[in-house]
Every structure is written in C-alpha cells, then in structure tokens.
Design a protein around this ligand. Structure first.
Ligand SMILES: Cc1cc2nc3c(=O)[nH]c(=O)nc-3n(C[C@H](O)[C@H](O)[C@H](O)COP(=O)(O)OP(=O)(O)OC[C@H]3O[C@@H](n4cnc5c(N)ncnc54)[C@H](O)[C@@H]3O)c2cc1C
Length: 503
C-alpha cells in the first residue's frame, strides 16, 4: 500500500479486526487522535475472550463477578462507547472476516454476517489492524470426543457468555495459567470442581518464583487464584495428566496418572475420578489466518506469531497487529500493544514516514511508559511460556482408534498408517492421504495433534505448532453463493461507510 491514502485530505479510515482488549485499545487510541475506525468482530458484542460479555437477553445481574480487572474493562468500554456515540468508531458485531485483500487504495475485508453467515459485506480501509487473538490447542486422548468434554476456554466462554456451567461435577485439566481462572470461575459459579490436573510439574513451576517475585501484581493475582481454589477445596495435582475419559452417552469419569520427567505415565499411578464434564486445554496458539493471507511475516518455530516492530507494524505496509496474534501474553499486554498500535496508526495518518515514538519524545513520556510496560509484561509471559508446555510423550497415549480429526473422523491409526505404510513424512502428504485437516475447521483443531503424530514418527519432538493449518486462503468456511457473488460489481466508492452485499 502506498502512503498516498494516509496523506490525502480525507480522514484516514482504519479497520480493526477483533474487539478484544487489543482491538478496543487500538481503536480508542486512534480515535482519540482523530482517526475514524471500523471495528469488526465475530462475537455479538465487544470484549473478546478476556472480557467476554453475557448476551444482553440473559439480563445477567452481576457480570462483574465473572471477571477479573472489571474496572479496566469499564474504563475502556466507556471511552469506546463515547467514540461510537460521536461517530468516530463504528462496531460491526457478528461479522466474521473470512478474507482480507490488498487493493490499490489499501485493504478490503469481506465479512460473513450474523449467525447464518450466508451474506457477505465488504469493508474498505486505508490501514488495517489485526487483533484477532488466539485459540486453544487441543490434544487428543482416548475418550476426548465424548459429550461433556470441552476445552477449558470453552467452559469459561459458556460461563461468561451464556451464564451456564458445562456440568455439575467438573475436572479441569491440561496445562497453562488459563486453568486457574477456569477452575476458580466454575467453582465460584457453583460447579463442584473435583480436581485441577496440571501436567507441568511442581518443580518446573518453582522456576517461576523469581519471575513472580519481580512482578508483585502477578504474584498477587496468582495468590488470589490459589486462595479461591483453597476456599473451594479444589485438589490441585501437578505433574499429572488426564489420560482417558470414560462414559457411554457422555463423560462419566476420567483416568488421571502421574507423569515422570519424560512425560510418560508412572506405572500404577492411575486413579479414576467421577465427573460429568471435563474442561481441558493445552495452551493457546495465535490466530494467523488473515495475517498469512496478506503475506505478513511470522516468527517462532513451535508457536508462530505475527512479527511486529516496536510500533506494532507488521512486515506489510499499512498493516498493524496487536495482542495475542503477535504472541501469547495476556490481556494487560494486549491492551498496551493495542494502545501503541493505535497511536502509531494516528501518527502514520499524518504521513507515511511518521511514527508515534518520534513525535511523542518531544512532547510527553507516554511512548516511554507504554514501551516499558510492554517490555516488562512481554518478559513476564516469556518466562511463563518457558515453564508451561504440553506434556511430552502425549502422542504415546493416543490409541489407534482415537479420533484425531473430528471433522473428517480420521483416527490416529489411519494417520500412523499413512506415515508407516505409505511413507508420508510431512503434514501435507498426511492430509492428502487421510483427509485429516480437510474438514469444516480446516485443521484448526486437529493441526497440532497431526503435527505431533508426524513428529513422533519422524523422531523429532512433537511440534506444538498448528503447522498443518499453516496457510489457507480463507479464514473460515464460505458458502459457494458468496464466492460467486464476488464476481458481481464491487462495493462502489471506497469508504468504510459503504458496505457491499455480495450475496
Ligand atoms: C478461550 C480463551 C479463554 C481465555 N481466558 C482467559 C482468562 O480467563 N484469563 C486471562 O488472563 N486470559 C485469558 N485468555 C487470554 C486472554 O483472552 C487474552 O490475553 C486477551 O483476551 C487477548 O486479547 P486480544 O485482544 O489479543 O484477543 P481476544 O480477546 O481473543 O480478541 C480477539 C477477537 O478477535 C475476534 N476475531 C478473531 N478472528 C476474527 C475474524 N476472522 N473475524 C472477526 N472477528 C475475529 C474474536 O471474535 C475476538 O473477539 C483466554 C484466551 C482464550 C483464547
């Protein structure tokens, strides 16, 4: 994209994909400086994962009780709402962006509208910010497809978004700091949390003590979760994993086992816990679809993320990224990255060579403050990330008849067959031979699992990345009628006030 759009007389049109902490903070910061923004989100209201709101029709009486950092959210939301009321920000909720294109004047986004997703509209912009967040890594094990087995974030989304529990007797399992708010939130809401099963060992977690000591706010947050778990008498088992879920119609029990240093089950350590639901998650992976389609550079082998410079600019001109699409780091980091991106876009709107940090140095210490905060939080999460990791040797516990790709119902035995009998050595060949990753979710769910099985066969460490999902043209499934409609006359003069209907 050339800088011409930025220098024209018209106000710069910014499009933001994602109304989570990063996208909201960016839109507010840009609007504060006079930029008009269209914020697009697949959800029915602003908030993203961390500040997910109950649907209005539920009339939840005390949504703040489901949330951490409620004051921060209220402050951000009221600034956002003021800009919406003044016409500087427009929110397109229930809009699922399925493709982003570079066009002569900047960017064009195509979004499927509403729960039906049968109608597509186009939004044009001079500058684009991707704040699409992350999704959960799911690793298969015997019984994981039983009803009642949900992801940890899914259980939390049910609670925050629909004010329902996944079950009455819940086991929370997997790995990562997300398990703490999930277990505490479910218990606060009335579920009996039978156990929290964390596969990272207590010894590995002890390495975090100096990091926590250097971040008193995070230490207090962790202590707060610890106190809530203790108040609910939730047993926490470190260095353990759920190795099977059992049940006929739905999950009725899980088998939990202790892991040795190599991540293998300690023989004889298996115990059974009865439950009616299991909330399980193995960490988060950045959403990369739109960024890859636009040709943005990524970094990181095991968990690729969008590369950004000090102003949250990607490798593609006119394209910024902030929040967990640039790496997993929590809501506070997403907020400050969003603010930096918004201020950077506002500076760029004055001319393509302009940057916020250059302008701000002369006037106020805002840049320095934001930059230091980002660095501090980034270092904290890098330390956290280095400690938590999915249990090694998990692929050994995946039985031949365990479904790995749910969309195409491909079992582990078929994937191993493609590797052992047909000599496949890469993900693409496995996909072509077995159809794993070819279904509705296009490998988003099974990607890390197939990747792990390939790595197991090829003698490498199971890769954590969702590499089978790498690059695909569309960020989500699109009806053929919508694709056909794209050949029809386009959306008229560029402008984010002019949506086009490609039905
Ligand atoms: C399931 C889940 C649960 C979490 N729970 C916690 C928690 O309890 N505590 C905690 O500290 N952290 C939690 N996190 C991490 C926390 O959500 C993040 O730190 C924070 O929300 C990141 O902010 P963000 O703005 O980068 O992304 P998000 O808050 O994830 O927002 C991204 C937004 O982009 C939208 N989006 C993505 N792709 C598209 C598209 N193609 N079209 C339209 N919209 C799109 C999504 O609908 C979403 O609203 C959770 C993360 C996940 C994935």
């Amino acid at each position: 994209m050339s800088g011409a759009a930025a220098k024209s007389d018209k106000a710069l049109r910014l499009a933001v994909v994602g109304a989570g902490p990063a996208g909201l903070a960016a839109a507010v910061a840009a609007a504060d400086a006079g930029v008009t923004a269209t914020v697009i989100d697949a959800g029915s209201s602003a908030g993203g994962q961390f500040y997910r709101q109950p649907a209005a029709r539920l009339r939840a009486r005390a949504p703040r009780r489901l949330h951490h950092s409620w004051r921060t959210w209220r402050g951000l939301k009221s600034r956002f709402d003021r800009h919406v009321a003044a016409g500087r920000i427009r929110l397109l909720a229930d809009h699922h962006v399925w493709i982003a294109e570079r066009v002569a004047a900047g960017y064009r986004l195509h979004a499927l509208v509403g729960p039906e997703q049968r109608r597509s509209v186009a939004v044009d912009a001079d500058a684009l910010l991707l704040a699409t967040g992350a999704y959960e890594r799911v690793l298969p094990f015997p019984g994981w497809t039983l009803p009642g087995v949900v992801t940890a974030g899914g259980a939390q989304a049910m609670l925050k978004g629909s004010v329902v529990l996944p079950g009455r007797e819940v086991v929370v399992a997997g790995t990562g700091p997300l398990l703490l708010p999930v277990a505490a939130g479910l218990a606060d809401a009335g579920a009996q949390v039978k156990a929290l099963i964390e596969s990272t060992s207590r010894r590995a977690l002890a390495r975090l003590v100096p990091t926590l000591a250097a971040h008193p706010d995070k230490l207090a947050e962790a202590a707060g979760y610890g106190a809530r778990l203790a108040a609910h008498r939730i047993a926490v088992k470190y260095g353990h994993a759920v190795i099977a879920a059992h049940g006929e119609e739905r999950v009725e029990a899980v088998t939990v086992a202790a892991l040795d240093a190599a991540g293998r089950v300690r023989p004889g350590s298996e115990t059974r816990i009865t439950c009616d639901s299991l909330a399980i998650g193995h960490g988060l992976l950045p959403h990369l679809d739109l960024a890859l389609t636009l040709g943005a550079r990524t970094e990181g082998d095991s968990v690729p993320a969008v590369w950004v410079d000090s102003e949250q600019r990607t490798s593609v001109p006119g394209l910024w990224a902030a929040g967990e699409t640039t790496g997993i780091g929590g809501a506070a980091l997403a907020l400050v990255e969003g603010e930096i991106a918004g201020r950077s876009i506002a500076a760029w709107s004055q001319g393509p060579q302009r940057a916020w940090q250059d302008e701000d140095h002369a006037r106020s210490p805002a840049w320095t403050h934001a930059e230091q905060k980002r660095r501090r939080l980034g270092a904290f999460f890098a330390a956290v990330d280095a400690v938590y990791s999915p249990p090694a040797a998990w692929t050994e516990r995946v039985a031949a008849d365990t479904v790995v790709c749910r969309c195409e119902e491909v079992e582990a035995g078929a994937i191993r067959g493609a590797l052992e009998e047909y000599g496949a050595t890469d993900l693409r060949t496995v996909k072509l031979l077995t159809r794993a990753g070819m279904g509705w979710c296009q490998g988003r769910v099974c990607g890390p699992a197939v990747s792990g099985l390939v790595a197991e066969h090829c003698g490498g460490r199971p890769k954590a990345a969702a590499s089978v999902t790498a690059q695909r043209p569309f960020a989500r499934p699109v009806p053929l009628g919508v694709l056909a409609g794209l050949d029809q006359p386009g959306p008229g003069p560029a402008g984010h006030e002019e949506e086009s209907n490609n039905e």
